[in-house]
Design a protein around this ligand. Structure first.
Ligand SMILES: Cc1ncc(COP(=O)(O)O)c(C=O)c1O
Length: 390
């Protein structure tokens, strides 16, 4: 029977590539998985008090449908977190979702009509382009200077048309680790305001920062139509529990979406209530597990970036946040980035993701690797990649 054209176009390179790895494993080769940005799969667990909060909620009988918008106490705590980053909102402006993924789907489906264009940083996390396409829109990539961590404002200006409805920012970015500074964020907000665009900003890696301080979009938002997406999968090590949120800035331009988007929350009923109690504990309890995690993976970043830049034909800027390296393949001995990644997998058993999976225009000619595995595994994977490119 037929399926919709919309669904056939959906791609998610990070997981699609795993099928190729399984085949390599079936042939008896061991595979190092450097493809998936999930800290919990690499041994970083949520702290015991957070696990206990989940267990306690279940044992106390909190096993029913929660309010669609989410638990009030959690929304209050989330508002505090976002206000500390610069917004000025209350629990009313928070909607709890099944991860940023669901929040993104809700936001995009609420604002896109057939043919509408959405500006995305090039390269960017694949679901942004996928959801825009799924809802009938057109993703338009804009250039980012990966060495200076700055968006190319002139490029963005040249790509704004009468069909552009929104600009998405991801800071720190997946796959590049680029973190936009305050000045860049200010320029982007001004530009969006001039053209009446929604500003959707994904800050899921907001506390995974290494060198320079993080500045959230909230700091420069004023009363602009800013929608922040955030969640508990990365910083709070709760990826498998599926929880995130949408934070709406206090902006008159967001009145219509504030009225209508919550209907999408009601039709999907609610997010898991025990998990919401765990998320509450992760915000209220001791926060030192986050700095331990970041201190550890900073060592991983330093090793991987140094090793990559020592390899012939490879260069890689130093990422300031998240847990990804996005090296450039400097010569064309290897064919396309997808061929590079496939050959690296088949000959050395190292699974990375082709850069074009994060946007063809700016992602091609690169590959992404996750530096969450132990230093030992990373060092051995770097040896294999070095061998391969040599
Ligand atoms: C930028 C970005 N946003 C969202 C997500 C997914 O978030 P969640 O687990 O909350 O759905 C990821 C996961 O890799 C990501 O990199």
């Amino acid at each position: 029977m037929k399926v919709s054209k919309k669904v056939t176009g959906v791609e998610y390179a990070i997981r699609d590539i795993v099928l190729a790895a399984k085949k390599v494993e079936q042939k008896g080769m061991k595979v190092d998985y450097l493809n998936i940005g999930d800290p919990v799969q690499f041994g970083f667990q949520p702290p015991d008090n957070v696990k206990q909060a989940l267990i306690d909620a279940v044992n106390k009988g909190e096993n029913y449908y929660s309010a669609s918008e989410g638990l009030l106490e959690l929304r209050e705590e989330i508002a505090k977190k976002e206000n500390a980053k610069g917004l000025s909102i209350s629990a009313e402006e928070i909607l709890v979702t099944n991860g940023v993924s669901e929040g993104l789907d809700m936001v995009i489906s609420s604002i896109i009509e057939e043919g509408d264009e959405v500006l995305l940083p090039g390269p960017s996390y694949p679901p942004y382009a996928s959801y825009v396409r799924l809802h009938g829109g057109v993703p338009v990539e804009f250039a980012v200077d990966l060495n200076n961590s700055t968006p190319d404002i002139d490029d963005i200006k040249s790509k704004i048309t009468s069909k552009t409805v929104a600009i998405c920012l991801i800071s720190p970015n997946n796959p590049t680790g680029v973190v936009f500074n305050e000045n860049s964020l200010k320029e982007l907000v001004e530009l969006a305001n001039q053209h009446n665009l929604y500003i959707i900003c994904d800050e899921i890696y907001d506390q995974i920062i290494f060198d320079e301080k993080f500045v959230g979009i909230g700091k420069v938002a004023g009363d602009s139509p800013v929608i922040v997406l955030n969640g508990f999968s990365k910083v709070h090590l709760m990826s498998g529990w599926r929880i995130g949120y949408i934070a709406f800035n206090q902006s008159p331009q967001l009145e219509a979406i504030r009225e209508h988007l919550p209907k999408l929350a009601r039709v999907r009923i609610a997010t898991s209530l025990p998990v919401q109690y765990a998320a509450l504990e992760s915000l209220r309890g001791p926060q030192d597990y986050i700095s331990h995690f970041v201190t550890e993976i900073k060592k991983h970043r330093d090793l991987v970036i140094k090793r990559l830049n020592e390899m012939p034909g490879i260069s890689c800027p130093n990422p300031n946040g998240a847990f990804y390296a996005f090296p450039k393949i400097e010569d064309n001995r290897f064919g396309t980035d997808k061929e590079f990644v496939t050959k690296l997998l088949e000959t050395k058993g190292v699974l990375t993701v082709h850069g074009s999976g994060f946007g063809k225009q700016y992602g091609s000619g690169h590959f992404r690797l996750v530096y969450l595995p132990s230093l030992e595994i990373l060092d051995s994977a770097m040896n294999k990649i070095e061998d391969f490119v040599s």
